[in-house]
Design a protein around this ligand. Structure first.
Ligand SMILES: Cc1cc2nc3c(=O)[nH]c(=O)nc-3n(C[C@H](O)[C@H](O)[C@H](O)COP(=O)(O)OP(=O)(O)OC[C@H]3O[C@@H](n4cnc5c(N)ncnc54)[C@H](O)[C@@H]3O)c2cc1C
Ligand SMILES: NC(=O)c1ccc[n+]([C@@H]2O[C@H](COP(=O)([O-])OP(=O)(O)OC[C@H]3O[C@@H](n4cnc5c(N)ncnc54)[C@H](O)[C@@H]3O)[C@@H](O)[C@H]2O)c1
Length: 473
């Protein structure tokens, strides 16, 4: 077997692995990059990119239906579902060269297209080669969980790996799970002309601020998405054609297609972690804040495999933390208090730092929550998108978290994410001059509301101003 000695061996060419490999090789390290499936991983092939492309198509359809509020005649859009999927594939194809084997070989990486497996604490095998590396980076991502609902083995179901390739339009899509995948897919399919029912065992968007989640759920229900909460599926049965779900209270819901969006499990099987002495559990590789395996110092984990939140931008951030240590030999630790996330429904739901409940648990009485509503935002009014709000969580005069639900909340979040990341004073956010009329003004306005009682409900200030006005020439 051919032996390769290298500085860094990256396992998995998704968001995290590609970022480590590109950074490390361009700084001068020797890098071997191993990928068992498609270059680009979940985000490019079965996650962020196809889902956001589908959402964009769905929005184009919805604009036609909803134009009447602007005085433009509404029409029921004619959706060619196959052509929509061509658009999705086209978006993936447009981005794929950036993540391709050719590009990474061009940067100087040795790329091996096979499934990697540790054979010892210092060696991995893949593609008929043994790779001995000074450092290994596990960036193997996650896969859809298929819950053990009785009957699931005998019904056809879709996951994120297959739903974007489906060319026939589902007549009635049942979605198991009301997390971000379930809700994004629910609205997109509804807007593209499917009947959609989401079945959620707990609370839909249950990890989000409940008040913000309620705004999204109300909007989806108004568009015709049926959302059943608090009832798990106890049995699935195949119909000819379609699928039938039996809920805990006996309700039976029949659909033509079933999408399983019930969470993710980290992809560590077959990786030989026992041979490598790498401790791990159901959440992922056991790492410290430096993302280093607690049991094998040669090994780091990034992205979904590191067992925390699961986002492409988090995988990219992890890559920087690992590069600092494994390439530059410098210490580094990953923070978690400033990681943003967005659920790309319409309205979008964006969060950075702790939400109100989590912030109260940390700061108690010292927390102030300052807010503003989109119906006070003139740009949102012009767009007839005046629902939703921004909340800014403030402790010791600094911005520690923010929640935005409303039009383009993900874009609106950017300055708030900077404020949390840089631990900025709320006065800096309230004092920034933003162009009018923009949606982003809502964040400044929410920050400004923190000072309103001090300025406008302040008897001492009123007496002082009265005095100044009497003595001013
Ligand atoms: C439907 C959906 C929508 C999403 N939308 C968003 C979004 O809008 N924004 C966002 O930030 N995040 C989103 N995510 C999450 C995001 O896709 C993941 O957090 C991100 O892809 C994680 O990157 P990663 O590098 O850890 O793993 P991945 O991108 O999954 O890459 C892992 C790679 O490792 C390979 N691999 C696994 N095992 C081995 C092995 N033994 N040998 C060789 N190769 C191996 C896999 O084939 C894969 O290519 C979404 C996810 C889904 C499913
Ligand atoms: N916009 C984004 O950034 C984005 C979009 C999609 C996914 N993601 C990432 O992917 C991850 C996975 O998303 P997800 O939505 O699959 O997972 P999730 O864990 O967030 O949500 C899954 C939901 O399914 C429910 N569920 C589980 N088993 C069930 C059952 N048997 N019956 C009914 N409901 C059941 C759970 O209660 C939960 O609410 C997210 O946490 C996120 O990190 C991000």
């Amino acid at each position: 077997m051919q032996e390769i000695r290298t500085d860094i061996c990256v396992i998995g060419a998704g968001s995290g692995g590609l970022s480590v490999a590109a950074g490390a090789v361009q700084m001068g390290a020797r890098v071997v990059l191993i990928e068992g499936a498609e270059m680009g991983g979940d985000c490019l092939n079965a996650g962020c990119v196809p889902s956001k492309a589908l959402i964009a198509a769905a929005e184009a359809a919805e604009v036609q239906r909803a134009s009447v509020r602007f005085g433009v005649a509404a029409v029921e859009p004619v959706v060619d579902f196959g052509a929509v999927k061509d658009h999705v594939a086209g978006v993936i194809a447009g981005i794929a060269p950036v993540d391709s084997q050719e590009r990474f070989e061009g940067l100087g990486c040795e790329v091996i297209r096979d499934w990697a497996r540790f054979v010892s604490p210092k060696a991995v095998e893949a593609g008929g080669r043994r790779i001995l590396a000074r450092r290994f980076v596990i960036a193997t991502g996650s896969r859809a969980v298929v819950p053990p609902v009785p009957g699931i083995e005998s019904v056809p179901y879709l996951t994120n790996e297959t739903v974007f390739g489906l060319r026939e339009r589902p007549g009635h899509l049942l979605i198991l799970g009301g997390g971000p995948i379930g809700m994004e897919m629910a609205q997109a399919h509804r807007r593209l002309g499917c009947a959609v029912t989401v079945i959620e065992a707990g609370r839909a968007l249950g990890r989000e601020d409940p008040e913000a989640a309620a705004v999204v759920l109300e909007a989806l229900r108004a568009e015709g998405v049926r959302i059943v909460e608090g009832k798990g599926v106890v049995r699935l049965r195949a119909l000819e054609p379609g699928v039938e779900a039996v809920l805990a209270d006996g309700t039976v819901i029949a659909g033509t297609h079933l999408l399983v969006a019930a969470g993710r499990r980290v992809a560590l099987e077959g990786l030989g972690l026992e041979a490598a002495g790498v401790a791990h559990d159901a959440r992922g590789v056991t790492v410290g804040a430096n993302l280093r395996s607690t049991s094998n110092r040669r090994v780091f984990a990034v992205g979904d495999a590191a067992g925390g939140m699961q986002f492409t931008h988090l995988a990219g951030y992890h890559a920087g933390i690992v590069i600092r240590q494994a390439v530059l030999g410098l210490p580094a630790k990953a923070r978690t208090d400033h990681i943003p996330r967005v659920t790309f429904t319409d309205p979008e739901l964006a969060q950075v730092g702790p939400d109100e409940a989590a912030a109260r648990a940390i700061w108690g009485e010292r927390l102030t929550v300052s807010r503003s509503e989109f119906h006070h935002n003139d740009r949102a009014q012009a767009m007839r998108a005046g629902g939703g709000f921004a909340k800014v969580m403030i402790a010791k005069g600094r911005v520690v978290g923010a929640t935005v639900v409303g039009p383009h909340a993900g874009e609106v979040l950017a300055p708030l994410a900077l404020a949390v990341s840089a631990r900025m004073k709320v006065s800096a956010l309230a004092g920034v001059v933003l162009p009018y009329p923009t949606l982003a003004e809502i964040g400044k306005r929410a920050a400004g509301a923190y000072f309103s009682p001090k300025l406008f409900d302040n008897p001492a200030l009123k007496r002082f101003v009265g005095l100044v006005q009497r003595i001013l020439p």
